[in-house]
Design a protein around this ligand. Structure first.
Ligand SMILES: [Fe+2]
Ligand SMILES: [Fe+2]
Length: 306
């Protein structure tokens, strides 16, 4: 592929999905919405794109109530799609999950109440799944043992750096009440992350897409695929709504990470053209390409079938 601009191809392309909140028997969440249908559509969109997606990172709240059937239903939807994509699913615990069934059904491990932390090597990109949950609570915590473990993992840099995936993102929220449920003692995590090879932190929990920094590292929170939080609901209220669901496309370049927010759905197409146009532009010299596609007075014609 011809490089059309100043940036090389990404080293890695990852899908980041969060907060599926599946229920036993596919019961509609709040009796109102099908999280399964939204997730299925999101996975279809990933497949239609034709992108070479190496992993799909799910940052927690996979099941709404930690039910076995919910986990099994999630696997039944994600596993075949991931296989067709050639992408590895990476599962992270959320506060709505329960460690024992998560370990058994999502990781294929023995049921355990221990933190479900794990390290994955995705073609040189290290993805660390960090379990920020507290059994019986909705806020987030990382124990001293987990932080020691993470320090040990990060001691040896990975070839393409590390993406840290945890449910509770270490950033503030305009939805004030969420502060009660945030990750506690964030300076302790900061001390481990600062100066390490962590190139990005991805999270969920907030149910809206947001971006910030932590310890000098960019943070990206993917909105939920179930319901989303209306950030502009009147101050002091909490309003979950059936709309605005999205996923992230996370691309790792040699010098940065780019997160693109992709709304889930099937909106009507109103403009555009096929890949034939790009093929023809790529075959031109850089100057001819600019004249054909950038010049406002360009009379370059699209191929008839475009
Ligand atoms: Fe959630
Ligand atoms: Fe959550």
């Amino acid at each position: 592929m011809v490089q059309l601009g100043q940036h090389p191809e990404p080293l890695h392309t990852i899908a980041h999905i969060s907060d599926t909140h599946f229920l036993d028997g596919a019961r509609p969440l709040y009796g109102a919405l099908s999280s399964e249908a939204t997730l299925q559509r999101a996975l279809e969109q990933l497949e239609i794109s034709g992108l070479d997606i190496e992993a799909i990172v799910f940052t927690g709240d996979l099941a709404d109530l930690g039910e076995t059937d919910a986990y099994q239903r999630l696997r039944a939807i994600v596993d075949p799609a991931a296989e067709r994509l050639g992408a590895r699913p990476i599962w992270v615990m959320g506060n709505h999950d329960e460690r024992e069934p998560f370990a058994e059904h999502m990781l294929g491990a023995a049921p355990s109440s221990a933190p479900q932390d794990a390290v994955y090597d995705v073609n040189g990109l290290r993805i660390v799944a960090l379990d920020s949950t507290v059994p019986g609570y909705h806020h987030g915590e990382l124990t001293a043992e987990q932080l020691d473990w993470l320090r040990g993992v990060l001691a040896e840099p990975a070839p393409h750096g590390t993406l840290l995936a945890l449910h509770h993102p270490p950033i503030p929220s305009p939805v004030e009440i969420m502060a009660i449920l945030e990750l506690q003692d964030q300076p302790a995590l900061e001390a481990v992350v600062r100066g390490s090879d962590v190139i990005g932190i991805v999270g969920g929990h907030l149910h809206y897409s947001t971006h910030s920094t932590f310890a000098g590292v960019p943070v990206a929170v993917a909105a939920a695929t179930c319901y989303t939080m209306d950030v502009l609901a009147p101050v002091g209220t909490l309003a979950g709504v059936d709309g605005g669901q999205s996923v992230h496309l996370t691309q790792v370049y040699p010098d940065r990470v780019v997160h693109s927010i992709v709304p889930v759905g099937s909106p009507p197409r109103v403009s555009g053209f096929s890949g034939r146009v790009l093929e023809r532009l790529a075959a031109m010299t850089p100057d001819a390409r600019r004249e054909a596609f950038s010049n406002k007075r360009s009379v370059w014609k699209l191929p008839p079938e475009a």
